[in-house]
Design a protein around this ligand. Sequence first.
Ligand SMILES: NC(=O)c1ccc[n+]([C@@H]2O[C@H](COP(=O)([O-])OP(=O)(O)OC[C@H]3O[C@@H](n4cnc5c(N)ncnc54)[C@H](OP(=O)(O)O)[C@@H]3O)[C@@H](O)[C@H]2O)c1
Length: 359
Amino acid sequence: MSLPNSQQTLALTTKQGAWELYSYFVDKPEAGEIAVRIEATALNPIDWKVQATSYHYFLKEYPAIRGSDAAGVVAAVGEGVTNFAVGDRVDGYRTSTSRAFQGSFTNRLATFKHVKMIAAKVPDNITLDQAATIPSGLAAAAVALYNTDNGIGLVAPWTEGGRGKYRAQPFVLFGGSTSVGQFVLQLAQLSGFSPIITTASSQNFELVKSLGATHTIDRSLSADKIAAAVKEITAEPVKVVYDAISLESTQLQAYSVLSPGGSLILVLASLIPEDQLSADKKIVSTLGNFHPQNNRELGKGLYANLTKYLETGEIKPNAVEVLPNGLIGIVDGLARLQADKVSGRKLVVHPQETQQTPP
Ligand SMILES: NC(=O)c1ccc[n+]([C@@H]2O[C@H](COP(=O)([O-])OP(=O)(O)OC[C@H]3O[C@@H](n4cnc5c(N)ncnc54)[C@H](OP(=O)(O)O)[C@@H]3O)[C@@H](O)[C@H]2O)c1
């Protein structure tokens, strides 16, 4: 496969401006990197937030090419890469969210940096569309649970003594049907937690049970009713609560369910008022990205095991909805994510289906 000279992308060319098709050079892989022809890329909430909210501070340069999750076929390998070859099917997490040419919303090639830890071969039982649903959600789940920085430092199931270590300890998750939540459930199961209790809409109860939840609670119940439902399920202290929604309402619910001595994991910044904080309850806001130095070792360990987990079905991807019109389809997809109109699935586009002229 030869490298083309330029590639097309969907980019924000100005701060909080409109998404536009934009052509730019092809980045050739440097030492230790692979270049991947992206066949599928997935949408994440951060992608609409950087355009529509104060999260634009994430973007340091324009044009800004967003997109974190990609799957495709290796087109070239940089010097020193021995674990991937041209033609391998891989998935991975693109690099920094802040740099201009780092996103996966692009139709040709992307270099995956730190390739040994953040790309994994995709086994035959997983499509590239499914593979594209994995990187961000799995990273937010894994860093939060198993890293000491940006997480609560549990022993990871792929390290010695980690698998099943937390047997008979309850785990509570707010938002089990979110993309992140689906991976949290599966990791909580590998870690042995029991019961695994999650909130979701009733239409997603079967989905979350298929991923490891032992008990479901309707997410429309009041905070008091959710807390009472948890107490009815387990009399044990709840030492780990993961809030995969992290709106103020769910944070308050999650904090009230947490027992003294326990840890609450948030996917956004804490909104719990200071006068309601207890010294004996820890709060951690996670950073689901394996590129920062302090998350890399964990990423390496997980990605060394990911192909096997996917093959055995111990980690399953999210359900996929493929959007039409290639990169152009991202614009409507992000509007749906912003309007909270995506339930239990990941939106994916095929960048190479992009037409030059928007439909
Ligand atoms: N810190 C990080 O590194 C990091 C990384 C990734 C994502 N995030 C953040 O994590 C959040 C989730 O991202 P995502 O991609 O996983 O979301 P998502 O899959 O797009 O979320 C959609 C789901 O949210 C559920 N939901 C909405 N409100 C809920 C509530 N009050 N209680 C329970 N479930 C609720 C819906 O469940 P039902 O359909 O069942 O009602 C729906 O299935 C976002 O805010 C995102 O920005 C942070």
